[in-house]
Design a protein around this ligand. Sequence first.
Ligand code: 3PG
Length: 205
Amino acid sequence: MTLDEILGLAPVVPVLVVEDVAHAIPLGRALVAGGLKALEVTLRTPAALEVIAAMAEIEGAVVGAGTVLNQQDWRAAAAAGARFVVSPGLFDGAGPDGPTPLLPGVATATELMDGLSRGLTRFKLFPANVAGGTMALKAFASPFPTARFCPTGGIDAANAADYLALPNVICVGGSWVAPADAVRAGEWDRITRIARVAASLARAG
Ligand code: 3PG
């Protein structure tokens, strides 16, 4: 699948920090049941690659890796079954050619121009709330008409709709759809309910 197809699956990409591989399947199923199908598993825990491999088996899920910091992470994530990867920034070798589609983070016009010069046109504005939020995205629209975004960082149920109303926003990313306490307690129905609300958000882009 192309990055546009993956990011187009739902208005919200859950950003997941999974400590226990036993949570992978019920968490992934809970999110997919709520309508969120593209899932970003961050490489921030020792279990992350195993979690990706387990979640990749869930019907309807398109599992990617987040917190990919270099080409080695990228290859490892793809080998584990990630179908896309997300990075907080532009690393050496980040570009359109690699083992999977890549969504790199940018926070400034100069970083965006670096990404565009590498042949990339889809970016994660990161950290979205610090890097200017919806005002930055509006300001980027005119000088950078080919760029489209999945802002992430500080987005939640209260402000997601403001981002999704922008034509250059494809989707948003966020951790609010899988609260750590709900994951720890195995409250999978609660996560499905939160996901369902997120999946029903309207988007303009
Ligand atoms: C992250 O890096 O953890 C993501 O940007 C998610 O941010 P959030 O926890 O503010 O949704």
